[in-house]
Ligand binder design. Structure first.
Ligand SMILES: NC(=O)c1ccc[n+]([C@@H]2O[C@H](COP(=O)([O-])OP(=O)(O)OC[C@H]3O[C@@H](n4cnc5c(N)ncnc54)[C@H](OP(=O)(O)O)[C@@H]3O)[C@@H](O)[C@H]2O)c1
Length: 341
């Protein structure tokens, strides 16, 4: 495996490369060797904007097939538009590459099943890029839950919202079935985070309601995941609210809150917790770059042939829940899981 260094290719000159390209370059045992964009000049521009002097030998190409078939590339990072993820993840896997795919890995559960079968057949690591899970603040909240001080988790509330800027309106230009709208963009985070305190379990049922734009794309949504026995997770997300990115976990003996769930490198992570016994604490954690930590985790999984912390089963569950929530919105009914092929 090329002197224990994972050599990356990036598929697409996407905005999120602003975070991931430096992360790939700076991560331990990781090297960027190529980037492809179908738009002339876009890969060069991305590299000039987000690359670093440390990595000047990056090959730029316009043919995405050329990149996934390039010998010497071990892993491919896929930041394409949501509806293109499954197709290109599968192509990269079939050409023997490990794949880190931006969220959501696929719009349909059946596509994740196909990806999982292909990954098994080719013996490659495939992970959905929910980078926030690699931030130490969530490792700390897990620790607090495991210590028992807040008791058994009974209720969760998670949210992700901000005011959509005009320049980003293209994110709601496509219908939901083609990966447009708030659900695939930010709702998938709120749902992913809502499951965190329930060990990423699959709920037994979901219910939700949403506001839609004229073209059918969703703009805001509120919903509930039912984890049975009175354990519920409420999530909300939207493009027409003040910025919030939180989760709150209430147990039988107390509660905890993460105040900035997707904290970037320069943002101070703060979590707070309290107990019925009267304890109360606010903890400030060291700054961390979850994108770099995500890449380093992925690289170690490839080098050591380990399964990633974010499994394909997790990606499948998230996709199944999202589709069930969308069905609940459309039909106005509670939807029992599992149900969507
Ligand atoms: N993990 C995170 O924090 C995070 C944050 C934001 C987004 N995301 C996810 O990352 C993925 C990419 O999001 P993004 O906002 O970075 O996407 P984006 O800038 O819209 O780019 C997506 C793809 O569209 C093409 N594209 C880019 N600009 C274009 C333009 N002006 N005209 C036509 N095509 C263009 C690019 O492919 P070509 O270069 O081949 O044309 C690019 O790979 C999405 O799946 C999103 O859900 C993750």
């Amino acid at each position: 495996m090329s002197n224990k260094i994972i050599r990356w290719g990036i598929l697409g000159a996407a905005r999120i490369n602003q975070q991931l390209m430096p992360a790939i370059i700076e991560a331990e045992q990781s090297e960027l060797i190529a980037i492809a964009s179908r738009r002339a000049g876009a890969a060069e521009q991305t590299l000039a904007s987000y690359g670093t002097a440390a990595q000047t030998e990056v090959k730029v190409m316009q043919d995405m097939d050329e990149l996934i078939n390039m010998p010497g590339i071990d892993a491919v990072y896929i930041p394409l538009s949501n509806h293109e993820h499954a197709e290109w993840a599968l192509k990269a896997i079939e050409s023997g590459k490990h794949v880190l795919c931006e969220k959501p890995m696929a719009l349909k559960v059946s596509d994740i099943d196909t990806i999982e079968q292909a990954a098994k057949a080719r013996g490659v690591v495939v992970m959905e890029g929910f980078m926030y899970r690699f931030h130490p603040q969530h490792i700390r909240t897990r620790e607090i839950m495991a210590s028992g001080i807040i008791g058994e988790v009974r209720s969760v509330r998670s949210c992700f919202s901000y005011m959509m800027q005009d320049a980003r309106l293209y994110r709601i230009a496509d219908p939901i079935a083609e990966g447009g709208g708030a659900m695939w963009d930010i709702g998938c985070y709120a749902i992913h985070a809502a499951r965190f305190a329930f060990d990423d379990a699959l709920p037994t049922a979901v219910t939700a309601m949403a506001k839609h734009a004229e073209n059918g794309a969703d703009i805001s949504c509120n919903g509930i995941l039912d984890f049975s026995d009175g354990r519920y997770a409420h999530f909300d997300f939207g493009f027409e609210h003040a910025r919030r990115a939180e989760y709150e976990i209430i147990g039988t003996k107390g509660g905890l809150k993460c105040h900035n769930v997707w904290a970037k490198q320069a943002e101070t992570p703060v979590i707070s917790w309290w107990t019925e016994a009267g304890e109360k604490q606010e903890e400030t954690l060291p700054l961390a770059n979850h994108f770099k930590l995500e890449i380093e985790h992925f690289v170690q999984c490839v080098l050591n042939r380990q399964s990633p912390d974010l499994s394909l089963e997790n990606a499948r569950s998230n996709c199944l829940i999202i589709n069930s929530v969308l069905e609940s919105i459309q039909t106005g009914r509670h939807i029992a899981l599992p149900g969507i092929p």
